[in-house]
Design a protein around this ligand. Structure first.
Ligand SMILES: Cc1ncc(COP(=O)(O)O)c(C=O)c1O
Length: 477
């Protein structure tokens, strides 16, 4: 299925970044590897037309033969296909390889450890009990048509109560139930932004949010962090100069940096929004997963749309989230939903209705598990990869790790071959930024975390990195 979507030579050069780095013997193989990674992790979307060989060769300053050989390798591996005289499109191999999977691994595909997603497994007992309860409740809804664009009133009340308990007084008519926080953001973009609008984003930021901005035809305007978190002066200057339609921020255990915004900065942010008339979309997906100390109360004002989710506290597979805004905005966003998905599933909402009021209890278990996974991964990293510098997140689901050199994309390729799917830093940025970083979630059990780090050490070693340890490398054939 070819599409009209295309990536031009200059754009592709930016995405490719420093593609010559890494342990590949020839230029064409290095180029093919890097292109493959861009396709696998979605930075060059599927079914996108790639530049003609000559155009890319000129843009890269290499010979056309190099590009032709790289394209040929990717065609052989199933990552590109060409139609004579028409062009070349990105593709995925039809068998044995998923979008997160490698072409040739040193381990079986089903042995691949997923460090690309920062999402914990469900707390199974809680989920089972809530699902059983939901089934019995479902009977009440069967005589209705089942479409409720704003969400079940019991769930809206439960979510409103949770906000109120956290310090942002909320009524049920300020809550719209969605299919997750990502859906809530996409819906907000659809309702409030138009193609060509600028959307301020943190840099780095959550990749799917970036993609949603692009898919809405809007232009992401990146604002970098300072060494300790948000640079609100820079944010203010950017808003003044670019007059964005929205600003999207993740103040609680920002994905991927793990920063948590102070109460003072939250107040300054609200004041900035009021001064400049900027609507803020505040993503609170992991706000309740603090590990060391509770987060400050939610950022809240007339100009704030807050998105939240059942995904990380309960389970991603529920696909239940919400947004909090003024009642007028909630009605507006609810109306915009008609052309998207009409309403959320009743059964899943009933499950969430049972779980949300138990957040405090469930969170206790969750935190205990996450604290010990965080400690376990930190220890293993210190032991096996002492030159890597993980940050020190006080909550959330993962480390943002400084590798000390711009090798993240090459490492992701090598990691796949060693049985670990990895989110390389450039996934979280624009134009190939963050090549020195990877995000490492600690959302697996202890044994899997150890094995994942050991495999990463082997992958790093294969790139010529330094692994200071004399333990045998496990799990690598
Ligand atoms: C910052 C952030 N926003 C949104 C999401 C997606 O959440 P949901 O599963 O509720 O769509 C994630 C998931 O990792 C996330 O980290």
């Amino acid at each position: 299925m070819n599409t009209d979507r295309r990536v031009n030579g200059l754009h592709l050069v930016r995405l490719l970044g420093d593609w010559r780095s890494g342990a590949v013997p020839t230029a064409y193989a290095g180029l093919a590897s890097r292109l493959r990674l861009l396709i696998l992790d979605g930075r060059v979307p599927l079914h996108t037309r790639v530049p003609a060989e000559r155009e890319l060769a000129d843009a890269l300053g290499v010979s056309r033969t190099t590009v032709a050989a790289a394209y040929e390798r990717l065609r052989e591996d199933g990552f590109l296909h060409s139609r004579r005289g028409a062009g070349t499109w990105t593709d995925l191999p039809s068998t044995g390889v998923s979008a997160a999977g490698p072409v040739a691994t040193l381990v079986d595909d089903d042995d691949l450890i997923d460090l690309a997603h920062a999402a914990p497994p469900a707390p199974a007992e809680w989920l089972h009990a809530a699902a059983e309860c939901a089934i019995t409740q479902l009977t009440r809804y069967l005589p209705t048509h089942g479409y409720d664009p704003l969400g079940l009133s019991a769930l809206r009340s439960a979510v409103a109560d949770r906000y109120t308990a956290r310090g942002a007084t909320t009524t049920p008519d300020q809550v719209l139930v969605t299919a997750g926080a990502q859906h809530a953001f996409a819906l907000t973009l659809r309702a409030l932004a138009s193609p060509g609008d600028r959307i301020v984003v943190e840099h780095p930021t959550y990749p799917n949010a970036l993609e949603a901005v692009r898919r809405a035809g809007c232009r992401p305007v990146p604002v970098p962090f300072g060494p300790d978190g948000w640079d609100l002066e820079m944010l203010a200057a950017t808003i003044r100069h670019t007059a964005p339609r929205l600003a999207y921020l993740v103040p609680d255990f920002q994905n991927p940096t793990g920063f948590c915004m102070s109460a003072e900065d939250r107040a300054s942010l609200v004041a900035l929004a009021a001064r400049t008339g900027t609507t803020l979309v505040i993503d609170e997906t992991v706000a309740e997963l603090w590990l060391d100390r509770p987060t400050p109360p939610p950022v809240s004002s007339e100009l704030v749309v807050t998105t939240g989710s059942a995904s990380k506290m309960f389970w991603g597979g529920l696909r239940v989230g919400w947004l909090r805004a003024s009642p007028t905005m909630v009605r507006r966003l609810g109306a915009a939903r008609a052309s998207m998905d009409l309403a959320s599933p009743i059964l899943e909402q009933l499950i969430a209705t049972d779980l949300v009021p138990r957040t405090v209890e469930i969170a206790e278990d969750r935190r205990e598990w996450l604290r010990s996974s965080r400690a376990r991964m930190h220890e293993r990293l210190a032991l096996r990869l002492p030159s890597w510098k993980p940050n020190a997140p006080t909550g959330g689901l993962g480390f943002w790790v400084d590798l000390g050199a711009p090798i993240a994309s090459a490492l992701a390729i090598s990691a796949e071959r060693h049985g670990v799917a990895l989110a390389a830093g450039p996934r979280f940025g624009l134009d190939g930024a963050f090549e020195r970083f990877v995000r490492l979630p600690y959302t697996l059990d202890a044994e899997a975390l150890d094995l994942a780090v050991d495999r990463l050490a082997a992958a790093y070693l294969a790139l010529g990195g330094e692994v200071l340890d004399d333990l045998p490398l496990r799990g690598v054939t």
